[in-house]
Write a protein that binds this ligand. Structure first.
Ligand SMILES: Nc1ncnc2c1ncn2[C@@H]1O[C@H](COP(=O)(O)OP(=O)(O)OP(=O)(O)O)[C@@H](O)[C@H]1O
Ligand SMILES: [Mg+2]
Length: 341
């Protein structure tokens, strides 16, 4: 019998987890959610299926997000999620001999990266290696990471915003903030509660953000409104309210300023030659938050550096993992710090 080994890359994010397979590209994208039955503490579903179950079986099944701000918050649930994803990546292989490359946030502690390594091993990976997500994103976006030129990547995820300056295959400077996509949703919820006495759910808040949200005043935004339904805090009854794009921009301005300041401070602590490269060549935005209209413009405006949104911002990390797998480098041993070649 032929023994097959398969190389799998997993971008385990706070909101979404993406799986790629060497020579096949991206194979799966699932929400990072696991449905757990409370009474028996057993896993009922993972990913999309888990997300759909939530709310339909109130009480008995809870939605657990295995990651918080990019790091493992619930180890067993992470193992359950990885098991399913590794299996989906292994489809078609005769024998489960998987080598798994995982991305971790830059600046994770040794304990945190060790947990990722152990979770993947417990989920069935034969060999595991890790790489910083910012590095993977830069590789995925075809930045010249191996050159002596400085590149800046800003990955706007759900749970963290990671800013990294890369040169000669290594991360030279980085910062991260927990102000990211989820914070933008929370800012919308809180604004609507205060201004309209209306209580809205997480999903509604995210929906508002992705339909009429913006970081910068856009042309023709008059008339850009959305009708939402929530619970009136004054009488507890359902109520509909019309929200404008201008209101949402106001709601988002504070967390967006935090993100912009994180970028500015990273640039300030970057060695001058590399900072000059970045000013010339621009900053690359990746992650789901890069899709917020005007995000690029507000950064350019406040930091005075050109900003580009990656071609496929949500999948940059996963695509970078696949490119690294294509290089066919040895997965010999676990390193406390990801190793670049
Ligand atoms: N069109 C859009 N406009 C604004 N935000 C968006 C849009 N599409 C997705 N997002 C946001 O992007 C975030 C998810 O991005 P992504 O999948 O990169 O995160 P993640 O990798 O799971 O998280 P992290 O990297 O922080 O662990 C969510 O907050 C989501 O609301
Ligand atoms: Mg991410």
């Amino acid at each position: 019998m032929q023994i097959m080994s398969r190389d799998i890359g997993i971008d385990m994010g706070t909101t979404n987890t993406r799986v790629c397979v060497k020579s096949k590209g991206l194979v799966t994208k699932e929400p990072s959610v696991v449905a757990v039955e409370v009474k028996t503490d057993t896993v009922r579903a993972v990913g999309e299926e888990a997300k759909e179950m939530i709310g339909r079986t109130p009480g008995s099944i809870v939605a657990v997000k295995p990651l918080k701000n990019g790091v493992i918050a619930d180890f067993d649930v992470t193992v359950a999620m990885l098991k399913k994803l590794i299996r989906s990546g292994m489809r078609g292989s005769l024998v489960s001999r998987s080598r798994v490359l995982l991305s971790v946030p830059a600046g994770v502690t040794e304990v945190e990266s060790r947990a990722v390594f152990d979770a993947a091993r417990q989920a069935g990976a034969r060999t595991v290696d890790i790489i910083e997500a910012s590095m993977a994103a830069a590789i995925g976006a075809d930045l010249p990471v191996w050159d002596s030129v400085g590149s800046m990547v800003v990955d706007l995820g759900g749970g963290t915003t990671e800013v990294a300056v890369i040169s000669l295959g290594d991360i030279v400077t980085f910062s991260s903030t927990r102000t990211a996509g989820d914070s933008l949703d929370e800012a919308i919820t809180s604004y609507i509660r205060k201004k309209h006495n209306l209580l809205i759910g997480e999903i509604t808040a995210e929906n508002i953000k992705t339909t009429i949200g913006s970081a910068y005043e856009l042309d023709n935004e008059d008339g850009n409104v959305i009708e939402i339904r929530g619970r009136n805090l004054l009488d507890g009854l359902p109520k509909n309210v019309t929200i404008t794009a201008t209101e949402i921009r106001e709601a988002l301005s504070e967390p967006i300023s935090v993100i912009v300041e994180t970028i500015r401070s990273t640039l300030e602590k970057t060695p001058p030659e590399l900072a000059a490269d970045i000013i010339d060549r621009g900053i690359l935005l990746t992650g789901g938050g890069a899709l917020l209209p005007g995000m690029d413009k507000i950064i350019t405006d406040r930091v005075s550096v050109p900003v580009m949104v990656a071609e496929d911002p949500c999948n940059c990390v996963a695509l970078g993992l696949e490119k690294r797998l294509e290089l066919d480098l040895p997965f010999d041993s676990y390193q406390n710090r990801p190793k670049y070649y």
